[in-house]
Every structure is written in structure tokens, then in C-alpha cells.
Design a protein around this ligand. Structure first.
Ligand code: B16
Ligand code: MG
Length: 216
């Protein structure tokens, strides 16, 4: 049975995707790639450098920049993103998630964070939800990002639990694949997450009772 929960951050706990999009949109303008909703969607859960590569490729600019220039572009994006992150408050926790964290804590479940974001600690502090978590997987130490199972396997290690006793929450397809490959129970939030064992349309639908009902 489930004894712990591993949370994705962007799209599950925080509405930070719109801030990533705002900052990446500027990068796209800089390199001459047309910004589209599809591009924005495809960047969810993808690491910073891989996101930049996708933006360059979308406009056919992948061979126009040296590695050093790419790093400059990624750093500029992150500087702008962190300016936007400063505006986050506890009100920016996605609907229902604070209540779900309280419910899990009250019922003795352990929680960890499995986010591709190197800024996760900053965001969790800004949202004032840091104290709920036993730990955060450091994405800088990963050999492979989502959909590789590594990040969600490490999120179970942080909890001191076997993967079979852990449920992972994700809003991206790559994240759901990572959870499934780690041997954990996948809970998808959003549409088009057909590989999720349990799926909700919105964050405010997630509760222990609702998860149990869907598994029954
Ligand atoms: P950073 P998640 C992901 O967070 C975002 O969805 C993705 O858009 C972002 O590029 C990635 O983190 C890396 O973020 O630039 O802050 O290190 O969904 O895995 O919580
Ligand atoms: Mg996400």
C-alpha cells in the first residue's frame, strides 16, 4: 500500500509554467523562433538546456549557436524567470494542493519533490510549503531526466520507501512515464495523460478519498 507521495512541482504544486513560458517566449523572440502554445506545452517537465534546444530547433536555429552562447541564453532566461518567481506568494499554490498536503501530513504520509527544476527550493520557500517535504531530489545529479525513472526512484529513496509504496503526481506525459518506469503508482493531473494509473482533470479534485475511489 501507499505510504508516501512524490510531487512534481511545476503544474502540480505551483503554477510556475506561465512564468517559464513568459521567460522562454523572450528567448524565442531573441533567437527568431515563433512562440506557439504547442511549443510552450512541449517544454513542460523538460530540463533548462533541453528546453533551449527545443526552442532553437523549432525555428531551425539549432546550428547557429556555440555551446557558450547557448549557456548565455539559458542563463538570461533563468535570470528573467527568477525575477518572475519573486512575485510568487502562498496564493500561487495550485487550487486544492495546500489542502491535499495538509491531508497527507495529518494522515502520516511522507512527501518528497521530484522536479526537473533547479529552482525548486526557491519556489517552495516562496510558496511557504517547504516544511511538508522530507527532501527534494537534486536534478543536477541526474544522469537522465524524465521520462527516465531515475528522478522518481530517487524521490522514493528520499522517503526511505520502496517504489511500490510510493505514488507520484505529475502533469506531464514524460513525468507519468518516469513514475511508471520507477514502479510507482502514477497519478496524472491534466488531460491526455492516458498512461496514468489514476487521472484527474484539475488539482482541486485530488484527495485521498478521490484517489481510493478511482483505484477501487
Ligand atoms: P529550471 P517540473 C520543470 O519543472 C518545468 O516544467 C520545465 O518547464 C522547466 O524547464 C524545468 O522544470 C527546469 O526548470 O530552469 O527552473 O531548472 O514540472 O519538473 O517541476
Ligand atoms: Mg510538471
Amino acid at each position: 500500500d501507499i505510504k508516501g507521495f512524490a510531487f512534481d512541482l511545476d503544474g502540480v504544486i505551483a503554477d510556475s509554467a506561465r512564468l517559464h513560458s513568459k521567460a522562454w517566449h523572450q528567448t524565442a523572440d531573441t533567437v527568431g523562433t515563433t512562440w506557439t502554445p504547442e511549443l510552450a506545452e512541449n517544454l513542460k517537465g523538460v530540463s533548462r538546456m533541453d528546453s533551449l534546444e527545443m526552442i532553437l530547433k523549432a525555428g531551425g536555429h539549432e546550428n547557429e549557436y556555440t555551446q557558450a552562447q547557448k549557456e548565455e541564453l539559458a542563463t538570461a532566461k533563468n535570470t528573467q524567470y527568477l525575477e518572475l518567481v519573486k512575485t510568487l506568494t502562498p496564493d500561487d499554490v495550485l487550487p486544492g494542493m495546500k489542502a491535499f498536503l495538509d491531508e497527507l501530513k495529518a494522515n502520516g504520509y511522507k512527501m518528497s519533490v521530484a522536479s526537473a527544476s533547479k529552482n525548486a527550493p526557491t519556489i517552495l520557500k516562496q510558496l511557504k510549503v517547504m516544511d511538508y517535504f522530507e527532501g527534494i531530489v537534486d536534478p543536477a545529479k541526474l544522469h537522465a531526466g524524465k521520462p527516465d525513472p531515475e528522478i522518481f526512484s530517487l524521490a522514493a529513496d528520499v522517503l526511505g520507501l520502496a517504489p511500490a509504496n510510493v505514488a507520484g503526481l505529475e502533469d506531464s506525459g514524460a513525468g507519468i512515464q518516469s513514475i511508471n518506469a520507477a514502479g510507482e503508482l502514477s497519478i496524472g493531473i491534466g488531460s491526455e495523460l492516458s498512461e496514468a494509473a489514476v487521472r484527474f482533470d484539475r488539482t482541486d479534485e485530488v484527495s485521498l478519498a478521490a484517489i481510493k475511489a478511482k483505484l477501487a
